[in-house]
Write a protein that binds this ligand. Sequence first.
Ligand code: DGL
Length: 282
Amino acid sequence: MASTDSRFAATSGAIGVFDSGYGGLTILRQMRQLMPQYDYVYLGDNARAPYGSRSFDVIYRYTLQCVEALFAQGCQLVILACNTASAKALRSIQQIDLARIDPERRVLGVIRPTVEAVCDMTQTRHVGVLATVGTINSGSYEMEIHKCAADIVVTGQACPMWVPLVENDEYDSPGADYFVRKRIEGILRTDPLIDTLVLACTHYPLLMNKIVKYTPPGVRIVPQGDYVSYSLRRYLQRHPEMADRCTTTGHCRFLTTEDPEKFTESATLFMHERVTAEHIEL
Ligand code: DGL
């Protein structure tokens, strides 16, 4: 396993990974497993999480600030490891802001790689999408799935309490049982033919024990980490000019807009390795 070292200074060329809070760690963990050679800088905007029920303008503004903060750390490539930000801010950042900031840098999201994998999985052609209010209301999953396969019936279910459960250390509590069960039963009642449930929020794998507990056998649960990581690897293979600009000393830094001690404690648990976080002011 690559080492985690908050004193690592040469962050120029690290791959930036952004989420509103802890959720993106589920993506970062898989990326580091698949590509331990790269350097990474994780930024969790924990002070302003959750993003899920905020307006388009606010999510866009917050996400852009975080992307610029990662660029200031030297990142050439930033992954929005947050579906809400990918749904609401990615396109504007790619089409408007990058030209102004630096046309050579890149920002990628998590929705497309997830959708590409899901379309091949479903046998019944009925897919359920569990996500934040923002992601569901954006219609992004339905739109992207229908670009791949117009015959798939997509049912979305917003799970507004799930991110706060994770951000507030309640992911293993009886309250988590209540809210996870409620939403899974709800979506399967709306469409009993669903055989594939997409965890379209990067926080949700941190509730996996509960999700598995309330999902009937025969319904496949799809977290995104693997698909996003493989897609990033393919991207770097297809874009050697970007791969060359990403440094490869195997280090990882963790930045949070909240209390670094709290982040250190939770992230150490979620990453399955010792993490030392630093505070960042945006
Ligand atoms: N992990 C983010 C996502 O994938 C959570 C958004 C939030 O902060 O509500 O959507």
